[in-house]
Design a protein around this ligand. Structure first.
Ligand code: NCD
Length: 312
């Protein structure tokens, strides 16, 4: 059985096909309205989430499927002391596919070992977030027409931001991509990822100020400082407002720039930027629903269901 734990579980060709299907679903949602009738998705969220959980649920409901699950660990048997593996074994008897978020890195792998159905990692601690990356890739492809040769600026908490880790891994597979890593010294990209970039000969630079690099970026990917992963509040308070994108700063960038953010935003993008045509973070949210529809469809089809049918 195939699970989606890390974005590199998917080949580049598989990602391309998922994005094709996601884009078709975005253009003609009515054709897929009943395509997952009778199937059940469980969302097991052991960590707070609005966007990701609702995006999965909306994706399944948009295809005529059903959803069940719990939005936080306090409302599950985890509160009684049940192990993750027992929860997964139980829930996998009730559904066809599971989307799971967990504060511990690696928890989805432990879950996959006990599951009777495919598991989708919807974020594990400060590690990975492959479905946010599919959302990001669909957005980049729709906005820029492809990935080759793009200069991607990643700004903010590159240390704990799991969406950044998965996005760097995914984008590094396309030719000519370069990274500009914008972070204070305390929040730089983890060493295992910069070592990976060096090994693959992918150009990257580490800078502290976004003003210096804005004019040369194709994408500016903003992130919030991940308060819940800090060991002490004082460090969080000191670092939280390191970057704030305002219309004045955006004026330094070219017309072709696209500003992205996985959301939730705290302070790092001024709401005054929202109406700029280069701000695409709410389009990202929309795309997330369709690319998750595509992913659920493909994973269910691969794991014994009928071929992903849409109604023509
Ligand atoms: C991200 C996450 O959960 O890692 N949010 C999301 O899934 N859209 C980013 C974040 O929480 O900052």
């Amino acid at each position: 059985m195939r699970h989606l734990i890390d974005i590199s579980d998917l080949s580049v060709a598989e990602i391309d096909r998922l994005l094709d299907l996601g884009e078709d679903m975005l253009r003609r949602p009515e054709d897929y309205r009943r395509s997952q009738q009778g199937r059940i998705l469980a969302t097991l969220f052991f960590e707070p989430s609005t966007r990701t959980r609702l995006s999965f649920e909306s994706a399944m409901l948009s295809m005529g499927g059903s959803v069940l699950g719990f939005p936080s660990p306090d409302s599950s048997s985890t509160a009684k002391g049940e192990s993750l593996q027992d929860t997964i074994r139980t829930v996998s008897c009730y559904c066809d596919i599971i989307a799971m978020r967990h504060p511990k890195e690696g928890a989805p792998i432990a879950a996959a070992m006990k599951s009777e159905v495919p598991i989708i990692n919807a974020g594990d601690g400060g590690h990975n977030h492959p479905t946010q990356t599919l959302t990001d890739l669909m957005t980049i492809r729709l906005e820029k027409g492809g990935f080759e040769g793009l200069t991607l600026g990643l700004c903010g908490d590159l240390k704990f931001g799991r969406t950044v880790h998965s996005l760097v891994t995914a984008m590094s597979r396309y030719p000519g991509v370069r990274f500009v890593l914008i972070a204070p010294p305390e929040l730089r990209l983890p060493g295992y990822l910069t070592a990976f970039l060096r090994e693959k000969g992918i150009p990257y630079e580490e800078v502290e100020h976004m003003e210096d690099v804005l004019p040369r970026l194709d994408i500016l990917y903003m992130t919030r400082v991940q308060r819940e992963r800090f060991f002490n509040e004082a460090d969080y308070v000191r670092l939280k407002d390191t970057y704030v994108l305002t219309p004045d700063k955006l004026a330094l960038a070219g017309e072709g720039l696209r500003v992205m953010h996985p959301l939730p935003r705290v302070n790092e993008i001024s709401p005054k930027v929202d109406d700029d045509p280069r701000a695409v973070y709410f389009k990202q949210v929309r795309n997330g629903r369709y690319v998750r529809m595509a992913l659920i469809t493909r994973m269910l089809a691969e794991n014994g269901g009928e071929e992903a049918g849409h109604e023509h």
